[in-house]
Design a protein around this ligand. Structure first.
Ligand SMILES: [Cu+2]
Length: 149
């Protein structure tokens, strides 16, 4: 009788331990799903790395064509979250830019990192436009799309 009671205690302890382990694993996997690279702590800026790059080609008639680009060309951001956008100038001497719909302006220079601390409080698509290479005729279009949801 005493043996059975003791065995019953161990079963209860084993069940409680199992429950704790399962709960821990569940919470841990939940954290991994929601706390990945797409979200961060509220006071920690979300860090985006971008570079300036250049594509070059030649048409069949021998005409050289090129296009400067921001890379990546599309970035998804969370509304109301602080963002640290780092842009490193790789190709092109300099790229003066604006972010359409904001008063953010600046210039990215070759070999230098430009850091912007941003926060978008309205959803929408904001275009990061290099004003020196805005269109195909200017060796662009050097436009990146900042999609804020
Ligand atoms: Cu440019």
């Amino acid at each position: 009788m005493n043996f059975i009671t003791l065995k019953g205690k161990w079963i209860i302890i084993a069940l409680i331990s199992f429950f704790i382990v399962v709960t821990f694993l569940f919470l841990n996997s939940f954290t991994q799903v929601t706390g990945g690279i797409f979200s961060s702590e509220d006071d920690e800026p979300y860090h985006i790395n971008m570079i300036t790059t250049e594509f070059k080609s030649e048409t069949e008639s021998g005409e050289k064509i090129e296009s400067y680009r921001w890379d990546p060309g599309t970035v998804h951001l969370s509304k109301g979250k602080p963002i640290k956008l780092s842009i490193y100038g790789v190709n092109g001497k300099e790229h003066p830019f604006i972010i359409e719909g904001t008063d953010v302006t600046g210039t990215v220079k070759k070999g230098e990192e430009t850091i912007l601390n941003l926060q978008f409080n309205k959803s929408g698509t904001y275009r990061l436009i290099c004003t020196a290479h805005e269109t195909i005729d200017d060796n662009g279009p050097m436009i990146a799309y900042l999609v804020v949801d």
